[in-house]
Design a protein. Sequence first.
Length: 219
Amino acid sequence: MAHVGVELHGVTPTAGSSSSIFLRPGHGCDGDATNSISVTLPEGVTTVKPQAKAGWKVSNANGVITWSGGELADDQFDEFGLRVTWPSLPCGVASQKYYFRTVQVCDAELTVNRSGGQATVSGRLPAHAGETVDLFVDETRLTIHPVAVGVDGTFRVVTSAGKVPAGALITARQEGRTLGTSTSGTEAWVDIPQAGSTAALAMPAPSVTVQAASGTAAR
């Protein structure tokens, strides 16, 4: 299960106003580096501006903020910031907790399938759709020319089985930076139980408690 904390840096989020929060992954996936962070925005949270981060691409689609294409080592930490506007709270409500469901992806998946004397190397790199990558078997280049990643974020290379020994590490790189390997992992927060449910979580998704504006809760 993913472990992501929320840093507020001393600011108290207030209903109806804007503030910044910072998501901090606690680790990678079983020791592997984190290559992507996706956050689903809680209902009602608006005017979202994600933090720009060197070496990472940022997208905002249908309420999901994604930082991708970077590499955060398991033994290092970083923060992924969001500037958001909090919804107003109903009269009489003093505070409201908002959950930010988070998914970490570590080492985007590359797979090898063998059939007879052939080996097929395939992968999914959605953050690099329409671009090209270099493939390596251990430290040996697999193809002379860069491999094109399709518009759907996938690629497929058919070669001889002898070029891809069993157990070899397959790596996709771009300008020397590792994008994914044949060792993959994903860690995610499970959905928050619905109101009224008897389900409970040992580790709920990262959350922020928003306070009512001064005087609002007393009305």
